[in-house]
Design a protein around this ligand. Structure first.
Ligand SMILES: Cc1ncc(COP(=O)(O)O)c(C=O)c1O
Length: 375
């Protein structure tokens, strides 16, 4: 007799949650299509790093010493990295939590908040993990209004119910590249009930002009329900090592620590991030290259009469005349990996990461004729 595992309470619920679809890895496209030269512009990685100093620090751990090496467990709570982050952010280290990528912190906060059920308000067209983390933790998703070009903060606040435990917002938002102005951020932070955790996901914040970006960390002392997330996967160019961090009140960190698994971040990631978080010059360099890439992209998009959404982050959401899934496949055949956005309710959009100039040239020489031809 074959018993169905979906008879296990909870498994049936899990089977209805959409799987996260990551950007297609280069090796997979090589294997499937037999192509040798492939450009990946699908996962918003930073093509310019990591720096030699980061690599040297990782190599020293691999070489091993009395205090560190691959055979030893990492510092369980990442104490030293938390201190470096705290110094940079002007907070105490007990207001910093680390995750195996900021995705893990998105899961940790959902696990904590939905222990006894409840719902999360998430704007339409947000990063897929917000919904997945909510549902796998037993929470219910309420989608508030947003378009490819606008996030409606008032609708987000209206969507809140007595059962709401979390509100997630990408700031800037992936995949639309939109960010809110300071007054909207302030309205959200200050109006939201204090028994709801506001998760401000600032994975791409470092790509914004620091003089203009309304960093929600400014409200951390005022709002104990605020969780501000950052990652080392984007501007710090450490996506392979999986490390991110959250900033919040000491009380909130205490709850997250109860759902965090011990040793959740590895030693290579901790030491690499310690070097990276102090390297402001590399951040400024990457930001400048990204701004150049964006300017060049927007000019090229105009030549091909392409519409695009917001201009924040290290990526752009491009509207297509043909189904994005078709354009995605045709670009793959030409050795260019982008991200089709049908899974985000945007069947006629692709998201393109800003790569190095030669990678963007490869994109336009493959995509230009297709877009001009009605795709
Ligand atoms: C908006 C947003 N938040 C969080 C993440 C997660 O990054 P990581 O888990 O690599 O830190 C991503 C990754 O693409 C993202 O786009």
């Amino acid at each position: 007799m074959t018993a169905s595992l979906s008879a296990i309470p909870g498994f049936e619920h899990l089977s209805r949650i959409p799987l996260y679809v990551p950007g297609k890895p280069i090796q997979e496209v090589q294997r499937e299509l037999g192509l040798s030269r492939i450009v990946k512009l699908a996962s918003n990685e930073n093509p310019w790093g990591p720096t030699e100093a980061v690599k040297a620090r990782v190599a020293a751990v691999i070489a091993g010493s009395e205090t560190e090496g691959l055979g030893l467990y990492p510092v369980s709570d990442g104490f030293y990295l938390r201190q470096r982050i705290a110094e940079r952010k002007g907070l105490s280290a007990d207001r910093v939590v680390l995750g195996n990528g900021s995705s893990e912190i998105l899961e940790m906060v959902a696990k904590a908040a939905f222990l006894e059920g409840g719902d999360a308000v998430i704007p339409k067209h947000s990063f897929a993990i917000y919904g997945i983390a909510t549902q796998t933790a037993g929470g219910r998703v309420i989608e508030s209004r947003a378009s490819a070009t606008e996030i409606d903060v008032d609708d987000l606040l209206r969507a809140v119910t007595p059962e709401t435990r979390l509100v997630y917002l990408g700031h800037p938002n992936n995949p639309t590249g939109i960010r809110l102005e300071k007054d909207a951020i302030e309205r959200l932070v200050r109006t939201l009930r204090e028994d709801i955790v506001l998760v401000m996901d600032q994975a791409y914040a470092e790509y914004e002009d620091p003089a203009e970006y309304p960093d929600t960390a400014a409200y951390l002392d005022e709002r104990p329900n605020l969780l501000v997330l950052h990652t080392f996967s984007k501007i710090h160019a450490l996506a392979a090592l999986r490390i991110g961090y959250g900033l919040g009140s000491k009380e909130l960190m205490g709850f997250l620590d109860r759902v965090r698994s011990p040793f959740n971040t590895n030693h290579l990631a901790q030491v690499a991030a310690e070097v990276a978080v102090q390297d402001l010059a590399f951040e400024a360099f990457s930001r400048a290259r990204n701004t150049e890439a964006r300017t060049a992209f927007v000019a090229e998009a105009a030549k091909h009469r392409c519409q695009f959404s917001g201009t924040s982050g290290n990526f752009i959401l491009l509207e297509t005349a043909c189904p994005a899934a078709d354009l995605f496949k045709q670009l793959l055949q030409r050795g260019v990996i982008v991200r089709p956005m049908q899974g985000y309710g945007l069947p006629n959009h692709i998201r393109v990461t800003f790569g190095k100039p030669e990678e963007m040239m490869a994109f336009w020489s493959a995509a230009g004729p297709l877009l001009d031809g009605g795709c």
